[in-house]
Every structure is written in structure tokens, then in C-alpha cells.
Design a protein around this ligand. Structure first.
Ligand code: IPM
Ligand code: MN
Length: 350
């Protein structure tokens, strides 16, 4: 945590902080452009942050599917250790069609979420044209993502595969508490989404925890939806939501749907937060690497730009964050082309 010697990381020379004062003023950010459209959209996000007048000291990390294809590297422990000293991570998208499923997802994204204790995955959905303005708090370290399970007799007709859902009181409670606190800063309405009628063990733990914490927040009105019903409400009446808290897998699925009903996945931003700030938080668009449109300059960078705004907000640059958000919603930024959109947003935040 103290001043470090100069380091050579990912091919970029990173000078050490000059003085204590510099450290306070400059945010040190790890950049993982990743694969496909990832680097293109992150470049626009960095352009906008610069135009907003926030100076970042960036360290580039060449990670993702194409790096894996070149030398088998996914996420070395030394890199993870280096990240602990950063203020945040800004990621485009990782994954290439050639890499088998799970290698990058578990080896990079989930390893990062678990090791840095990024226990809240916060995904905002704002679409003024339809009066949509809600946040999903997705528990980000447990559930079916935990990796519990395995095979028996794999490849035989009697094969067994299990993939359990891990739910701890501690893990559920911290996501629920974060959500009540968030609701207190907004319209004071919080909905628990689960499947308590079928997942009677995990659902019971979630529901009990939710109700116990709710007693500490009498001002917050609460609701409960089964996840299948929530899918209907997302399409028919998403205006009813303010804050939603849910389990990891339900949150994964619901937030793609949330993007689809609020302007498209091209606008969906996210923050993988360590709210206790015991390590850096990570900010990334919800969309993937979209290899089919990579390199054509046509990807919408707004999800990445808005994820950058979430990063600014978390770093204490709330004024710049608000300007970036407002610029993304301005009709003058509804233009074609990755760079043109980035330029239009940058012109407004300056
Ligand atoms: C997301 C993605 C990831 C997830 C994958 C790529 C591991 O779909 O961030 O929503 O399932 O969490
Ligand atoms: Mn997803």
C-alpha cells in the first residue's frame, strides 16, 4: 500500500506516485480492454472521463480469450495481488469463440469477483422515455456461481452432474443490507426476487434474512416477487421497481432482460462492488465481446461509458459522473458509430 518502485506491467511503464498529494488526486485504474469490442468501447469511456476533467493513472492488462489463446495465461495470482493496490478496474469484455466455455468466465471474471470480494453486482436501468428507473443488486459471490458440485461417471450413460447453490447467512445479509441502504437514498422501495416456492432451503434463508433486516428499515416499503413473475413485470410494468435484490443466477438472467426492456443491452452498465473498500471495485458493461461486430467501429460504447460514470461516482467524482450520465441521455449523442458516439458524449461533458 505504500510507495512502490516503478513496475513494468502488461508492457506499460508505470511511474511510482510522486508524492502523497499526487496519490490523493490521481486515481490508479487497471484497464482490461479484453476481447472483441471490449477495447473499442473502453477507449471511448476513457476519452469521456478525460473530457470530464478527471485524471486517471492507468495500467493496462492484456487479459482475456486472445491472451489465453497466445500463451495460456488467464489471471495469474501475481496480477491479482497487484490489483489490490489499485483504486478500481475498468473492463471492456472478455471471451472469444475459440476458448472453451468456462475458462475465461471462471478463471478470470469469477476469480476476480471472489478474490476481490466484489459481493454486490449493481446494475442500473434508466429509460426516461418509458419512466423506467430501477437498480438490480445481484449477489455476486455465491449461489450456483460458487462452483460447488462435480461429476460422477462422466461420459457414461450413468453420468451424474451436480451444481449446487451455496447461500451463506453472511453473504445474503450483506447483499440485502446494501440494498436497503441503497433504497434509503432513492424512492425507499425494495423488492426481493427469488423462487421461495420451490427453492425452499435457499429461498427460506433469503426471505428470513430479508425480513429481519427490513425490521431495521421501517421507512423502506418492501415487496416480494417470484423470479418467473418478475420476468412478466419486467416486460409489462418495470416502472413498479425502485431497487431489487436477488440471487446471483436470477440476477444474471434478470439483468439481461432489464437491458432489453430499457433501451437495449447497448446501454446496460454495471459495477462489481466491494462496498467495504478492502480492495478495488470493477466496472464493466453488461454486454459481452460481440466478436461478430468487433473491429467495425459500430458497437455502442454507452454501456462502457456509463460503467465509467459508475466508477467515477464510486471514486468520489460524483459531479463528473452526473455530467457523463446526463450527456449519455442527451439526444445529440444519438449518433452512429463507436467513435462518433464517444466524441458526442465527450463534447457535452467538457
Ligand atoms: C455477466 C456475464 C457473466 C456472468 C459471465 C460472462 C461469467 O454474463 O456479467 O452477466 O454470468 O456473471
Ligand atoms: Mn450475464
Amino acid at each position: 500500500m505504500c510507495a512502490q518502485p516503478s513496475t513494468l506491467v502488461g508492457g506499460f511503464f508505470v511511474p511510482p506516485p510522486i508524492s502523497q498529494e499526487t496519490r490523493v488526486l490521481t486515481h490508479r485504474i487497471g484497464i482490461i480492454g479484453g476481447d472483441g469490442i471490449g477495447p473499442e468501447v473502453i477507449a471511448e469511456g476513457l476519452k469521456v472521463i478525460d473530457a470530464a476533467g478527471v485524471s486517471l493513472e492507468t495500467v493496462d492488462y492484456d487479459l482475456g480469450g486472445s491472451r489465453y489463446g497466445r500463451d495460456g495465461t488467464v489471471l495469474p495470482d501475481e496480477v491479482l495481488e497487484e490489483w489490490r493496490d489499485l483504486d478500481a478496474l475498468y473492463l471492456g469484455a472478455v471471451g472469444t469463440p475459440e476458448v472453451p466455455p468456462g475458462v475465461i468466465e471462471r478463471g478470470l471474471l469469477l476469480k476476480m469477483r471472489f478474490a476481490l470480494d466484489l459481493y454486490v453486482n449493481l446494475r442500473p436501468f434508466v429509460y426516461p422515455a418509458d419512466d423506467i428507473d430501477f437498480r438490480v443488486v445481484r449477489e455476486n459471490t455465491e449461489g450456483t456461481y460458487a462452483g460447488e458440485g462435480g461429476f460422477m461417471r462422466r461420459g457414461t450413460p450413468f453420468e451424474i452432474a451436480t451444481q449446487g447453490s451455496v447461500n451463506t447467512r453472511h453473504g445474503v445479509e450483506r447483499a440485502v443490507r446494501y440494498s436497503f441502504e441503497l433504497a434509503m437514498t432513492r424512492r425507499k422501495h425494495l423488492t426481493l426476487v427469488h423462487k421461495t416456492n420451490v427453492l425452499t432451503f435457499a429461498g427460506d434463508l433469503w426471505e428470513r434474512t430479508f425480513n429481519e433486516v427490513a425490521a431495521e428499515y421501517p421507512e423502506v416499503e418492501t415487496a416480494y416477487n417470484h423470479v418467473d413473475a418478475a420476468c412478466i413485470y419486467f416486460v409489462q410494468s418495470p416502472q413498479q421497481y425502485d431497487v431489487i435484490v436477488t440471487d446471483n443466477l436470477f440476477g444474471d438472467i434478470l439483468t439481461d432482460l432489464g437491458g432489453a426492456v430499457s433501451g437495449g443491452i447497448g446501454l446496460a452498465s454495471s459495477a462489481n462492488l466491494n462496498p467495504d473498500r478492502t480492495g478495488p471495485s470493477m466496472f464493466e458493461p453488461v454486454h459481452g465481446s460481440a466478436p461478430d461486430i468487433a473491429g467495425q467501429g459500430i458497437a455502442n460504447p454507452k454501456a462502457a461509458i456509463l460503467s465509467g460514470a459508475m466508477m467515477l461516482d464510486f471514486l468520489g467524482e460524483s459531479d463528473a459522473a452526473a455530467r457523463v450520465e446526463a450527456a449519455c441521455a442527451d439526444p445529440s449523442t444519438e449518433v452512429e458509430g463507436t467513435k462518433a458516439i464517444g466524441d458526442a458524449v465527450a463534447a457535452l461533458v467538457a
